[in-house]
Design a protein around this ligand. Structure first.
Ligand code: GAL
Length: 670
């Protein structure tokens, strides 16, 4: 099944289109330029609720009818928004309960966007009504291709403490725990006199004098993700009832922590996401994008849609430079290289008014269609047509990195030995594979791991017994596991797993951790590899580790636990489980990961110079090798047996491929 049944063997290309911000005369120029650019899909009307429903009892679809017709006449299909991300002013003026409420009990008002509480019955009623109207009106329209449900759920708000949310939280808790005794046990309420005697006493975790109950907070994060999901499903059910053949998606943002991607993925017909790397992080920007693409592709193990990226500059960082020539193109090809079946931007035409007017559009404020950027947009449109054969292929990985949202939520909570940036740590481990062109997926610790040879689990702080058993089975059957510090510490209720750290992983890793040693900024502890004799300064974190069957791979050089194990390896069944108890700098991490990849029999797809990214997309006999030079000098790659036709140039490959700075090749392998 292709991502978009209406684009079965073509890559999607386009952007957010907000014609409601412009007079009709501009629409004609829009479609002319869209055709020039090769645009075939636009996300339409995402923030147009107040235009579609100017008053509670009045809808106006006439303008949208005209836009839909115009797009259809010009062969452009539509990712039609359900327009529910920004309720119109009349709603919050009349119904205060639609507003989200922060942890201090203060409402977040209209005047921006996303000012709705996901649990507000009033908001849900109006949103449902709007979605039904839109779906009924456009169900048979030839331009309708996909539904864009809401927009970036929870990216600004993420939590609500209002009366409706509090009531819904209690319902959610009753369903989960059935009895108050169970809830009190799960939340450890004997601590600080928090024992509940009535469900009505329970609140969302509000502003309080000091650290709040972590188990309660964790359940609240789960509840909020579920509340948004319920909202998404409410819209999706209406859409599927009225337009069964039209897929529905919503744009995810992976570093927004409020949404549990794993529990959402099955409800999305395909995954789409918004990728905004920080251009001031140099090559870090490419790796940031790579991690995101890998995470999103992994959610369904299928092609995804890059539904938003910046054509050039954004405005929400302190400094917002444009993308220099060639960078937007290479970033777009990178998304395809890592599994996207389409490339879209925020937004088509840069706004004239409003908070986002300095965010670059595919079409800018001056000289429409004449800019340096628009020339690049057009050229990318041409290239995407050449790349159509890759549609529907995906990436096969033998390496998986464990990433789990509840772990992230639990590590984010206050009152820990030290703060651990979980996504950052996952990204740091991903870097090794990225730099060496080793394909990598992200998985849940309870996922089917049979196809993988190496599983890397950064700070798996929260771990259930069942998920630990899953990792154990993986190693028993011959897999290689690398677990890192502060793993297996708490159960799903954020309560310590007693009997010695790292809890359920203790037998598998063959170690017992006795103490954690978080370090201040300038403190380090040299970690020495027994094999190579090389030493690397551990920063941020170390542990006092005792062997219980494992062997020492590296030792600490300092402190009261000097000469004690820092890295260990434990044979278990037919596999090996490694444990890294410290935060190593990149070179040390590289040495360790080299060791574990060798142990797991993992090799690079193709050796390439630094900053040259290589990926392989395949499906059956269709195989495509992407080679992207993110560097600023020419790079030469020996292709070995990877021979075929470069889809971008139409030429046959030679033994060596030379790519200029920011150059790319997509080789259809013969
Ligand atoms: C995205 C959002 C868009 C737009 C864009 C600006 O996160 O979905 O609506 O605000 O950022 O960069």
């Amino acid at each position: 099944m292709p991502l978009l049944p209406k684009l079965p063997s073509t890559l999607a290309y386009g952007g957010d289109y907000n014609p409601e911000q412009w007079p009709e005369s501009v629409w004609l120029e829009d479609v002319r330029l869209m055709r020039e650019a090769g645009v075939n899909l636009v996300s339409l009307g995402i923030f147009s609720w107040s235009k579609l429903q100017p008053a509670e009892d009045r809808f106006d679809f006439t303008w949208l009818d005209r836009v839909m017709d115009l797009l259809a006449q010009n062969g452009i299909i539509v990712c039609l928004a359900t327009a529910t991300a920004s309720p119109p002013p009349w709603m919050s003026a009349k119904y205060l309960d639609v507003l989200p409420v922060d942890a201090s009990g203060l409402p977040l008002h209209q005047g921006s966007r996303q000012h709705y509480s996901p649990s507000s019955p009033t908001y849900r009623r109006h949103a449902g009504q709007l979605v039904r109207r839109i779906a009924e009106r456009y169900r048979d329209h030839p331009a309708l291709a996909v539904w864009h449900v809401n927009n970036e759920y929870a990216c600004h708000t993420g939590e609500c403490h209002g009366p409706a949310s509090t009531a819904a939280f209690r319902v959610w808790l009753r369903k989960k725990y059935l009895t108050l005794d169970r809830l009190n046990a799960a939340w450890g309420t004997a601590f600080w006199s928090q024992i509940y005697g009535d469900w009505e006493e329970i609140l969302t975790p509000r502003r309080a004098p000091h650290d709040r109950n972590p188990s309660q907070q964790l359940d609240f994060r789960r509840f909020m993700s579920d509340a948004y999901l319920e909202l998404y499903q409410m819209e999706k059910e209406i859409l599927h009832e009225l337009t069964p053949g039209i897929p529905a998606t919503t744009n995810l943002v992976w570093f927004v922590r409020a949404i549990d991607g794993r529990s959402w993925a099955p409800h999305m017909d395909f995954i789409s996401w918004d990728c905004y790397p920080d251009p001031l992080t140099g090559h870090g920007a490419e790796q940031f994008a790579a991690v995101g693409h890998d995470l999103m592709r992994s959610l369904k193990k299928k092609p995804f849609l890059l539904i938003e990226q910046a054509p050039s500059a954004v405005t929400w960082r302190p400094v917002n430079p444009p993308k220099p020539p060639g960078v937007m193109r290479l970033g777009s090809l990178q998304a395809l290289a890592r599994g996207a079946d389409g490339v879209m931007f925020f937004q088509w035409r840069a706004s004239r008014a409003g908070a986002e007017k300095y965010i670059t559009g595919m079409v800018g404020h001056g000289d429409p269609g004449q800019s340096r950027l628009f020339a690049e947009i057009k050229s990318l449109g041409r290239e995407l047509r050449l790349l159509a054969p890759i549609t529907g292929t995906t990436i096969r990985s033998r390496v998986a990195i464990v990433f789990d949202w509840p772990v992230c939520w639990a590590l984010d909570l206050e009152a820990k030995p030290a703060r651990i940036d979980y996504p950052g740590w996952a990204q740091e481990l991903h870097r090794y594979f990225y730099e060496r062109n080793i394909p990598v997926d992200f998985v849940h610790p309870g996922a089917e791991l049979d196809g993988y040879q190496l599983v890397v689990a950064p700070a798996l702080y929260l771990l259930t017994k069942a998920d630990a058993a899953n990792l154990e089975k993986f190693v028993e059957r011959g897999g290689t596991l690398l677990a890192t510090y502060f793993s297996g510490i708490v159960d799903e209720n954020e309560q310590i797993v007693l009997g010695g750290y790292p809890g359920y992983l203790r037998a598998l890793l063959g170690v017992r951790v006795e103490e954690w040693i978080p370090y201040g900024e300038k403190q380090v502890n040299p970690v020495r590899f027994t094999g190579s004799g090389k030493e690397y300064p551990a920063e941020h974190w170390a542990e006092v580790v005792h062997l219980e069957g494992a062997e020492t791979v590296a030792t600490y050089g300092r402190d009261f636990f000097a000469n004690g194990p820092a890295i260990t390896a434990n044979r278990h069944g037919r596999g090996t489980a490694y444990y890294l108890s410290a935060r190593l700098p990149a070179p040390g991490l590289n040495e360790l990961l080299q060791l574990v990849t060798a142990q797991a029999g993992i090799a690079s797809l193709l050796p390439a110079p630094p900053n040259v990214e290589v990926t392989l997309r395949e499906e059956g006999r269709r195989r495509f090798l992407f080679i992207l030079n993110h560097g600023d000098t020419t790079a030469v790659v020996s292709l070995g047996s990877y021979q075929g036709i470069d889809l971008l140039t139409g030429s046959k490959t030679d033994a060596r491929l030379s790519l200029t700075a920011l150059g790319a090749a997509v080789i259809q392998l013969s």
